[in-house]
Unconditional design. Structure first.
Length: 411
């Protein structure tokens, strides 16, 4: 299912670089693996579309029967335009404005609320409606401090000790709490953190005993092995433990609830490659510096989270291994894809693949230094197609000027 070097080279020849490539067949197999790992009658896999909002990927998710975790009015609008029904979407933004809540409520999408202040305002404006409540699971885990979402150092979710306030607000305004939600972090490292978070949430379910409760949502965070030294996690075993804990809980609770998850990274990360061309090799004393035609605004994870992305030299796969700093073309010292990385000897003109680039890469991108985002190409059953074109610099500037209220002088 891995995309062969020849195919990636052909894509770069056809569409140029920088270009993202997504392997839709791998996404399908990851989805099916995930589904099989959690055998539960009302299992919902709510794809965290923040990971990658490419429309071919969203369409693939729809065809597989996925639901959607949306985090902004933009996410919501795109999911609806891709044909997801409001009943298939859960809305989990944080620090929402009143106007944003109103936009979501007009669509009929279920709102997931993660602060007492927002819950109080929501309850006053929308009494008697269905709602989901996001708690902070008080379990700290994730592959980097910046993506741990549990514990009181983060802004997410209502603290467990504030449950009495939740009960008061929901009772006062007759809210129908149909879901309880938590998300511990992204790239959960400890094998038992999901179970620990689930247990905390189960105590909340027992304590609140909301009569309308239909589901519990335990978020995303399912890790993938980015580095070749990492072992993949056996989610079949983990799924078995999770399902049996949940099953025992539902028996004791007296209701078979829905079991929801919100994976992003697990479903799409490994399906993505960013293809870049090397244009400069510089020897700075002992250090070999490799310059490429992309940069951190197009793939920020290494700079933002010290994330590891494996890099292959597609043009010289059997060359001797040499250590390089692999950089982008942005005017910032931190603009690096990898520091001191062993890669097969790199020459100017070589094509590199930055792997596992299907989650939180394009979607975190921007136009810093006014360079257009890469093209996006998808591969499905060996068929290759352009999913989104790369703007030319002139097209990017035309887009910016279209939104600008300041007139340029007529030359
Ligand atoms: C609420 C919520 N759900 C799901 C996810 C998806 O996480 P991941 O891509 O690690 O599965 C995130 C991302 O951090 C999130 O904030």
């Amino acid at each position: 299912m891995k995309l062969e070097n020849q195919l990636l080279k052909k894509i770069a020849e056809t569409y140029g670089t920088p270009t993202y490539v997504y392997n839709l067949d791998l996404i399908k197999s990851k989805y099916n693996y995930f589904k099989a790992a959690f055998p539960w009658p009302d299992l919902r896999i709510c794809y965290a579309m923040k990971a990658n909002y490419n429309t071919a990927i969203l369409n693939t998710m729809k065809s597989l029967g996925a639901f959607i975790d949306a985090v902004s009015p933009g996410d919501l609008s795109l999911a609806l335009k891709c044909g997801f029904k409001p009943s298939q979407i859960i809305y989990t933004a944080n620090n929402m404005k009143d106007a944003e809540v109103d936009v979501v409520m007009k669509t009929g999408v279920l709102m997931n609320i993660g602060s007492l202040s927002r819950l109080e305002k929501y309850a006053k404006k929308y009494p008697g409606t269905r709602v989901c409540i996001r708690f902070n699971p008080d379990v700290v885990d994730g592959e980097h401090d910046k993506i741990k979402t549990g514990g009181d150092l983060t802004k997410f979710g209502i603290l467990l000790e504030d449950t009495d306030q939740v009960i008061r607000i929901t009772k006062e305004h007759n809210l129908k709490v149909i879901g309880l939600h938590e998300h511990t972090g992204s790239g959960l490292i400890k094998s038992d953190s999901i179970l620990a978070a689930m247990k905390n949430m189960m105590s909340i379910a027992k304590k609140t005993n909301f009569p309308d409760l239909e589901f519990m949502d335990f978020g995303g965070g399912f890790k993938i092995p980015y580095s070749p030294d990492e072992q993949p996690i056996d989610y079949k075993t983990m799924g078995h433990d999770i399902v049996s804990l949940f099953s025992n809980f539902c028996d004791a609770y007296g209701k078979k609830l829905g079991l929801y998850f919100e994976p992003g990274k697990f479903l799409t990360a490994q399906a993505g490659h960013l293809l870049v061309e090397v244009n400069t090799i510089k020897n700075n004393r002992q250090r070999a510096i490799c310059g490429t035609d992309s940069g951190f605004p197009q793939l920020i994870r290494p700079m933002f989270y010290d994330a590891y992305h494996h890099i292959d030299n597609l043009s010289n796969p059997d060359g001797e291994k040499i250590r390089y700093d692999i950089c982008g073309n942005i005017c910032e010292t931190g603009d690096l894809f990898a520091r001191d990385r062993l890669v097969n000897k790199i020459r100017e003109g070589d094509l590199l693949s930055i792997n596992d680039a299907g989650a939180y890469c394009y979607s975190m991108g921007g136009f810093y230094n006014l360079r257009p985002m890469p093209a996006e190409v998808v591969v499905e059953k060996t068929k290759i197609r352009l999913s989104r074109k790369r703007l030319t610099p002139d097209e990017l500037i035309a887009l910016i000027l279209k939104e600008s209220h300041d007139m340029l002088p007529v030359l």
